[in-house]
Ligand binder design. Structure first.
Ligand SMILES: C[S@@+](CC[C@H](N)C(=O)[O-])C[C@H]1O[C@@H](n2cnc3c(N)ncnc32)[C@H](O)[C@@H]1O
Length: 202
């Protein structure tokens, strides 16, 4: 809908199905960039007739803010500027959640293991039982040596943060949402988000 999304399209289609199945009242996404993913999730909520989106970014560039605020889907979007794991920013997000709302959290900001682990810990309380914290872009682990990668990506990545988090918090497991339909022999999704879906089970 006119704004760039920095995602593999397959992940966006899969996430649309997760959103339809889960029917969250609120999506919190850390990492806004051009605003395209916020607009995408808001457009799904518009089609579904319910839901709103909160985006958090350490730097919302003026042209991205202006384009997002001017978009027809902005009526379902709110943006907060600041570091996503900072307690005062997490408190601002928490203050916007109404009792009983079903919350889904997508983590797509700074992808170091430590930052994602900090986010997982900080947003864990906000996620509803049955919903997910999604630690995106664990594919970093598999692309060390590729252009614009860093040598430490084999351990310093969101996938390792998710694995460490579920080892310390028994309310969560890594569980890939099932496919709607698969007549083929392929059992693994093409994704940039391996081991990303951290489900709250209690
Ligand atoms: C990969 S982009 C987000 C892409 C967007 N979610 C999408 O799908 O199009 C990462 C964003 O994270 C932001 N960022 C980096 N460190 C951050 C932090 N500590 N807290 C919040 N946002 C951060 C950057 O400013 C950048 O806009």
């Amino acid at each position: 809908m006119g704004r760039p999304i920095i995602q593999l399209p397959e992940d966006m289609v899969h996430t649309a199905e997760v959103i339809w199945a889960l029917r969250p009242d609120l999506i919190v996404e850390t990492g806004i960039a051009h605003g395209g993913s916020l607009i995408y999730y808001a457009s799904l909520f518009e089609a579904m007739g319910n839901g709103r989106v909160i985006g958090v970014d350490i730097e919302i560039r003026p042209h991205n803010r202006a384009a997002t605020e001017a978009h027809p889907m902005f009526k379902r979007i709110e943006m907060i500027e600041g570091s996503s794991a900072a307690p005062e920013i997490v408190a601002q997000v928490r203050a916007r959640i109404q009792p009983g709302e079903k919350v889904l959290v997508l983590l797509d900001s700074n992808h170091t293991k430590q930052h994602v682990l900090d986010e997982l810990r900080a947003y864990a309380e906000l996620v509803s039982i049955g919903s997910y914290l999604v630690a995106t872009d664990g594919i970093m682990q598999n692309v060390v040596g590729a252009p614009r990668s860093a040598p430490d990506w084999d351990w310093n990545n969101p996938q390792q943060a998710a694995i460490a988090f579920v080892a310390e918090d028994s309310r969560f497991v890594i569980e890939e949402p099932s496919w709607l339909f698969n007549e083929g022999v392929v059992r693994e999704r093409v994704t940039y988000w391996p081991k990303a879906f951290v489900k709250r089970i209690r």
